[in-house]
Design a binder for this molecule. Sequence first.
Ligand code: GDP
Ligand code: IMO
Ligand code: MG
Length: 430
Amino acid sequence: MACVIIVGAQWGDEGKGKIVDLLTERADAVVRYQGGNNAGHTVMFGNKTFVTHLVPSGILRKTTSILGNGVVIDLAELIKEIEELEQMGIEVENRLHISDRAQLVMPWHKTFDRLREEQKGEKKIGTTGRGIGPAYEDKIGRSGIRVGDLLEPEYFKTRLEEIVDEKNQLLEHYFKTNEPPFSANEIFSEFAEHLKKLKPFICDTALQVNQLVEQEKNILFEGAQGTFLDVDHGTYPFVTSSNTLAGGACAGAGIGPTRITDVLGIVKAYTTRVGSGPFPTELFDKDGELLQSVGNEFGATTGRPRRCGWFDALLVRQAVRLNGVSGMAVMKLDVLDKFETLKIAIAYRLPNGELTENLPRSLENVTPVYEEMAGWNCKTAGVTDYEQLPPQMLAYLERMSELVGAPVSIISTGPKREESIVLNPDQLWL
Ligand code: GDP
Ligand code: IMO
Ligand code: MG
């Protein structure tokens, strides 16, 4: 039996989807515990590419898939995603379970996400525009609506009427837009239609997860976003609105910390970020362009180009600590194939001139101090035999592991499921 949390160690898009899919072969269930359809997790096998947003990536194998209570759900988008998966031959019904405690992303959440970003102008967060921030605000502010509320139409209607009234006041008097007000009646009818489709999926998923634990099943917890988008530990305010850290899996799935057996940190061999916010090792030169083009660094959700930079050991060391990472999957090493020299940030010079090896509260205006390493400058894309990896790559991995304080468990040399090297498969927990 194992309960393994898969968590992004940087700013998201590390390749969590690929690894969840890889490990799902040995899992009985895959659980999403936070975030919503701001996520975009890519899985490639054979000649097919799937991008999941809300549905756990584990759905692509014959595994129970669970959307836990910590997730915020846009029902219309979820239905669309289920239909797309079914069109691609993936069976979803009877395999997907939705927590009755999960919060709903309502129409005003998406509107307010957009209007806030417009209001902020140059200072915008660069959100995905999926209503995630406003949905979590309402959850914490106790003005949210939960999936289970739909099962009690009278209660849902009364709650909707109260909330809609407040949201319309905000729309008219605070945002001062000419947009049409929200209609409780229309929303009620729309959600009644959604419920018809999704009712069989709704249950107490915390109970389900704990029963799976009692049956000694293998469970994967699929994190979304990454450590530095965490609302507490990330580059606030340029973060998402949930606890993306491994710790978030307990509250977001309803499982006790004593049940968790391991945490696998997903680490990109360099660094990327989508949206605004500080990024000390960001590159604005030909090296950055090369990472972006070879790595195909465009957002899986919004299509925006991802900002690219060198590997930052301070960030990942902090991620190892915050998440209790017990092993790492190092992704996209093949993207570095064409570099003669590689750089790793090992310290920052702070604006006051001091040097630090620990992550400061603010990453604004810090200057990275780099260590240079020889690149391998040869093709490793698609290599699946450890013996064929060039010595320079092994040295890069060893140094990375030493700097961040966690062992390498998986090496990824391409986007496809099979382009992976699992070191010590027997020790891979599941
Ligand atoms: P996630 O959000 O963490 O699941 O990551 P995304 O799917 O948003 O972004 C990762 C991208 O890198 C996807 O396009 C993957 O297909 C791709 N990818 C994953 N692992 C590798 C790898 O080892 N090499 C290459 N070249 N691409 C990879
Ligand atoms: P996956 O799971 C990368 C970023 C947005 C923005 C900030 C806040 O695919 O790794 P939000 O819409 O969440 O309020 O946006 O967070 N962001 C992501 N960046 N990968 C993601 O997900 C992200 N989800 C949100 O770009 O900077
Ligand atoms: Mg992604």
